[in-house]
Design a protein around this ligand. Structure first.
Ligand SMILES: C[S@@+](CC[C@H](N)C(=O)[O-])C[C@H]1O[C@@H](n2cnc3c(N)ncnc32)[C@H](O)[C@@H]1O
Length: 286
């Protein structure tokens, strides 16, 4: 069979079930029937690049061929939604800023303030957090003492995040004063995030389903937005329970508004604000 648009292969019901189960098992993402076309087009586009004609053969290439892990890494990047922006949800970022300011005001700044941007995509979220944190230290007239760990399952997204280079349209929500301070326009008209705070940031590949392989230390902030929404409710709650274990006493877990509705965990209390969905760990815990 040769590849033409007219004859592009169609996923059967059982093949759709097989591919979506694989996706759910490996990264937690649960696809509805309405995403069937999306799955089909992304998988078949990759198959076309490889000259592969059968979904089943390609499935083996992704699951049990010698280079299966490499092929999976390429495919998964095509299947996840990586949409993001700088300062995507300002109230959540402001809330992190307030949490840090309160801590600085209490004089509790001796130990590092550690932030985890859990599904960092192409980096706009961790760089936004870095700007917010840095400004808090500056306003408190204290030298920065924070770290940002940024993880994502997509290696392609992480490579973009590490390169820290963005077209101007991506900077739409970055305040003008921050643009001048944190970005430098390069000769290609791209904006490079360039500031000493990058020394406080590290990027690594991580799958939220394998939390035991993820950062081993505890955080003051876990920022996990626009990820849980792709998972089934029960998985969301289970993952949140595990994330609570990675919070320091008094630390905050910030998720996207409405990303979980009925989750309760005795170690954390929901912050009483309508514009953010955040949980604070009791300072007595641990
Ligand atoms: C829509 S983006 C959200 C980016 C950013 N957090 C934001 O709110 O703008 C979702 C990100 O989650 C990542 N992702 C999907 N499944 C994941 C998993 N199992 N573990 C870690 N990251 C995952 C994707 O690669 C993608 O970059």
């Amino acid at each position: 069979m040769s590849w033409t648009y007219e004859r592009a292969p169609v996923l059967s019901d059982s093949q759709f079930a097989m591919w979506s189960q694989l996706l759910e098992l490996r990264v937690g993402i649960s696809l509805g029937q309405h995403q069937r076309q999306f799955l089909q087009s992304q998988v078949s586009m990759r198959m076309r690049e490889l000259g592969e004609e059968s979904f089943s053969d390609y499935f083996h290439k992704v699951t049990d061929a010698p280079n299966a892990q490499l092929e999976w890494a390429i495919l998964i990047d095509r299947l996840v939604v990586k949409e993001t922006t700088f300062f995507r949800h300002k109230p959540s970022l402001n809330f992190v800023g307030q949490h840090l300011q309160e801590r600085l005001a209490r004089g509790a700044a001796k130990s590092s303030y550690d932030i985890w941007s859990l599904a960092c995509a192409s980096g706009e979220e961790p760089y936004s957090l870095a700007m917010v944190a840095n400004e808090c230290y500056r306003q408190a007239s204290q030298g920065p003492n924070f770290s940002i760990t940024a993880t994502d399952v997509s290696r392609v997204a992480l490579a973009l995040a590490k390169s820290a280079c963005y077209p101007e349209r991506k900077l739409e929500f970055v305040p003008q004063s921050y643009r001048k301070k944190y970005f430098v326009e390069n000769s290609a008209g791209q904006f490079q995030f360039q500031h000493p705070v990058t020394e406080r940031m590290c990027f690594s590949c991580g799958n939220i389903l394998n939390l035991d392989d993820m950062p081993m230390f505890e955080f003051d902030v876990i920022f996990c937005q626009n990820l849980l929404v792709y998972f089934q409710q029960e998985l969301r709650k289970k993952l949140l329970d595990s994330l609570v274990e990675k919070l320091k006493p008094g630390a905050i877990l910030v998720i996207g508004l409405g990303e979980v509705t009925t989750w309760v965990n005795d170690a954390v209390e929901r912050v009483q604000r309508a514009d953010v969905q955040a949980y604070i760990k009791s300072a007595d815990n641990n």
